[in-house]
Design a binder for this molecule. Structure first.
Ligand code: FCB
Length: 449
């Protein structure tokens, strides 16, 4: 385990952890919640690696007080959770379900009572099923529905949530949800999924206005980014890498920061109306960056339907997800954002960063996870290096507080600082929890430089 103390971080740097509703809450039928696309998808045969669903997950809905106590013990200054749209509007439209809002109201008050900033994501992929039945994110109307939902949440929580995040990883929702079908709703449209990008961005822009009307707190979006490395070295490899970079890193960021869509990414141009780009570029206060790994790209094989091919990057240790552990990629990515967007780039917070390992309790009931400690140590040092490079990074959120239900991987991937025994719901902090607790305490004790 790394023993050298972490370098100093600026005073006020936000130390957090992230979760999402469907991955931890369970209680899918409680208090009037309606079905989401993930309930439908998880209950369709063959979709989830271990055949499981989020029906119970970590039962956080009933154990949130215990989980907030774990947050308090960790010493984080912020907690990023997501609000389940189908708890607030079980059918995706109409008035708020007060019992759904009550749950988040209690959670927010409990966090504040422990001096933890509530950071609320409005959409972490759990679209109400009736909206999917009406076209989902392929339908322009879903953008307006999302803003109406944002308004209902902000009306209740707007005085206490400290940072709003509209959407989580619209790229992943588009590419896996509607492009390849690996995620809910399981559509396989490949590049015909472009309207999903545009309608999410439009929904974001409309939601920013709704949030500003109800709350004085800053507003962000959390994008997934992956620095792209061209493998192979031919011109064809380089243009494949550029095509992938436009899709993964720029499609959702160029329009947000006022540049319109990158060349070659707009599928059906009739989807984009004149007034939309100004709405999408409504100023945001923070750019949320979710970073897991870089991506290797080379030219596609003949006859491929895609203009690139993804390829493994050699030379890195790997997580249980087979993702390369590459802290240098985080520094590279932050530098790329800084150089590419210049003054248009708002302050950045790392809204997700973490790793899955096959963590098992030992004979004494402890859960040693030295790889996760090394991962966090490396990525925090990468953030510090990016600060030294001049990038304005204001926070770092670990994915995730708890082992949880990892989408199409079911319960097979453990990302938590805290181990969860799904049979008993027992929570056991791993050694990374103790390491991070001590690292945060040390970082917060140091005087500002
Ligand atoms: C991100 C998701 C999060 C979790 C991590 C591992 O893409 O936002 O919900 O699945 O990956």
């Amino acid at each position: 385990m790394p023993t050298a103390p972490l370098p100093h971080f600026p005073a006020g740097f936000r130390w957090g952890v992230s979760t999402s509703a469907y991955q931890i809450e369970g209680a899918v039928g409680a208090d009037g919640r309606g079905p989401s696309i993930w309930d439908t998808f998880a209950h369709s045969p063959g979709r989830i690696a271990d055949g499981s669903s989020g029906d119970v997950a970590c039962d956080h809905y009933h154990r949130h007080r215990e989980d907030v106590a774990l947050l308090a013990g960790l010493g984080v200054t912020a907690y990023r959770f997501s609000v389940a749209w189908p708890r607030i509007q079980p059918g995706g439209t109409g008035p708020a379900n007060p019992r759904g809002l009550d749950f988040y109201d209690r959670l927010v008050d409990d966090l504040l009572a422990h001096d933890i900033d509530p950071v609320a994501t409005l959409y972490h992929w759990d679209l109400p099923q009736p909206l999917e039945d009406a076209g989902g994110w392929l339908a322009r109307d879903t953008a307006a529905r999302f803003a109406a939902y944002a308004d209902l949440v902000a009306a209740r929580l707007g005085d206490r949530v400290k940072l709003w995040i509209t959407l989580n990883e619209p790229f992943v929702q588009m590419s896996l949800g509607y492009g390849t079908g690996a995620h809910a709703p399981g559509r396989t449209l490949l590049f015909d999924a472009f309207p999903v990008a545009h309608h999410q961005l439009l929904g974001h822009g409309l939601a920013v206005a709704a949030l500003r009307a109800r709350s004085g707190s800053p507003v962000a979006i959390a994008n997934n980014y992956s620095p792209v490395r061209a493998l192979g070295g031919t011109d064809a490899d380089r243009s494949a890498a550029a095509a992938y970079e436009a899709l993964h890193n720029r499609l959702f960021t160029d329009p947000l920061l006022g540049r319109g869509y990158p060349e070659g990414t707009v599928g059906d141009p009739s989807v984009v109306r004149d007034e939309d780009l100004a709405l999408i570029a409504a100023p945001i206060d923070v750019l949320g960056v979710n970073y897991y790994n870089p991506t290797g790209v080379r030219a596609p094989q003949e006859g491929s339907p895609l203009p690139f091919e993804l390829a493994p990057l050699d030379g890195y240790p790997r997580t249980a997800f087979d993702w390369p552990v590459a802290p240098d990629g985080l520094r590279e990515l932050l530098g790329w954002l800084h150089r590419t967007y210049g003054d248009a780039l708002p302050p950045v917070e790392i809204t997700e960063s973490g790793c899955a390992y096959d963590d098992v309790p030992d004979v004494d009931g402890r859960v040693p996870d030295p790889e996760r400690v090394a991962y966090l140590d490396g990525h925090l040092r990468a953030v510090r290096a990016a600060l030294d490079d001049g990038v304005d990074v204001r926070g770092y959120f670990v994915w995730s507080l708890l082992d949880n239900w990892e989408w199409a991987e079911g319960f097979t991937k453990r990302f938590g600082l805290v181990h969860v025994d799904y049979a008993t719901q027992a929570r056991t902090p791993k050694s990374s929890y103790a390491w991070l607790r001590d690292a945060i305490a040390a970082a917060r004790r140091k005087p500002a430089r």
